[in-house]
Write a protein that binds this ligand. Sequence first.
Ligand code: GLA
Length: 742
Amino acid sequence: MSISVNKNPMEFHLFNQKISYIIRVDEETGEVLSCYFGKHIQHKDSYSYLSEKIERPCTTSLVEGNHKSSLEFMRREYPDFGHGDFRTAAFDIHTEVSGSICEFKYVGYNLFKGRKAVQGKPHLRIENEKDAETLEIILVDAVSKVRMILTYLILEESASVVRSVRFVNEGKKPVIIKKAMSFSMDFRDKDYKMLSLSGTWARERHIEKSLLHPGVQSVYSTRGTSGHTFNPFFALMKENAEEYQGEVYGFSLLYSGNFLGLIDVDTFETARVMMGIHPQDFSWKLNTSEEFETPECIMTYSSTGLNDLSQELHKIIMKHIVREEHRQDIRPVLINNWEATYFDFNEEKIIDFAEEAATLGFDLFVLDDGWFEGRNDDTTSLSDWNPDLSKLPEGISGLSRKVKEMGISFGLWFEPEMVSKGTNIFETHPEYLVGHPMRKRTHGRNQYVLDFSNDEVVELVFGMMEKILTESEISYIKWDMNRSITEAWSMNLPAERQGEFYHRYIMGVYKLYEKLIDAFPEVLFESCASGGGRFDPGMLYYAPQTWASDDTDAWERVKIQYGTSVVYPLKTIGTHVSAVPNHQVGRITSLKARNETAYFGSFGYEMDITKMSEEEKNQVRKHILFFKEKRQLIQHGDLYRLLSPFEGNIASWMVLSKDQKEGLVYICQALAIPNAPQIRIKLKGLNEKSKYQVVGSDHWHYGDELMYLGILFNEHYFESADNVQFVLNHDFRTYLLEIKEI
Ligand code: GLA
């Protein structure tokens, strides 16, 4: 890994063994230009040929008499608006003197090992200076004296560059930042498919692909959370790129609030790509000497397809985003009472439930919504975080101790950012609610949002949670967030600073996480937002696992987990077995299919185990035992997606240990097909020359056979290495194959 600098004119080449990222400063105009991001190339002492200049009609020029100096055709690293570039701008700054006209010109750069310290927000954790290098490119607007620092971080081992931008006001007057994307970059061509992860409640992170077309295409959230609709991620795949071939770029934003990821294809087929805080309702007042820093965006490249890109992202998330304590840990097999009881429980029921859970082999019992005063439905009590003694006479402290005595840990649900009508905060501190005092407040799930942009609110909620955590034996918290933000107004901010609300809100959320983690470092957090409505790397920085979806139907989960795995490691994905008919789609699938699907994540249950027959309980026991045997492999192995549920009737993936000695292959066929054709599923990642046995079969195969010939599968029989078994034909059938090197 290195950052090479050519000095006349200035050119920067960031590279490691996998990638190169080249930027140059235009000698005439001082513009910072995008030159190259892709597979590693050797360093050269000049890249002037990479900023092709061209004269075209109907343009404006920066340099008098030089018609080739139009910004309209330059490929730019962080483009402004107003000097002849009519494409989407990466930023917008208003000064008192000249409105939105600014001219940021290159003045210098800094290079250093590691990275600068960052406080109070998610960022790439670089614990060892040797792992990364940072380049800062500094530009200044001579009139306002605002400095803009474009930051690029390159890692030794990852095919990624991490970008962000910092603005420092060194002038005498305040300025207003109206838009500040985390990065922008102009690609040479537009011949890509855009892949996004989109959906809604109960249908999160489905894979969508579409060819780039002239004009703007985007993914975004304006909900205050990263949201169900689009994940803060998109990929660009060369037209021929697939899972295991072709060039793919991924862009993943470390942020949990409003975001925009945008591609603007111009008429000359340049694709401008950017991502950052959504400019809708955003503005930030920057007084003299103040700084504003954008969230970080991870830009990743692969020359060998989407699966390799995913593995790169998984590594960077597990190594540089998730807290150190949770990188190699073993996540508990949990059981949550939500779908088993909803709000209808008392201590007796919970004790029976937890006792059963302990005998079945669960590690952790989680008490979900409904444990606090008066919370018998979703209309009341949020923010009154006092245990409901009519349901739980000994409170959470008594209950948690009893559960712990059974030999399993205790976890608790909170929705810290919310308030219901009639609660103490609602009645006594209306100024703590988000919304304008003279305007109507829209409710969502009968609840209102607390103003987390106000430190007092964060402190108050921390105090309430701290009390319960201190009094009780709590080893896990499920932090939920069940509505989007509307009427975004903080009574703690002056009118001209209301554009800061959304960002200050999410910074308040991060602050509460930090305070809780500081005070209770041993607690495992799982984030949640009506299922998977805030599944993003920003959340994973604090809470190392995220509840993927309220939809736990096996086949729906195949799609959700498959899509989620494009960015997120299996260990970060909360996956549960629930009852049938499924509560979201009414589908009936076997206990086997539900378990085998849920194995591939941070595994758990949320169904009434006390109502199961002995036969079913035995099955549950076996499933938990099997998962525990394989947990290390599943949660720390490499993932290979084999067949996509978005493209056919059969979905398949496998995990393989890092030493390639042990694998687990998952196959799910949605609908049974009578008299079906034979299908061979080709495995990935094995050592070609090693001999592997499919557990249960007497025969072995070389790795190359399993990868290039594949394993025969059809719905009437299933051949595990020549061992043909007859299986009953039915819908939503899953198969697991264990592969071992011999
Ligand atoms: C959300 C979550 C569920 C559950 C309920 C409780 O919908 O996604 O898992 O916790 O809230 O109200």
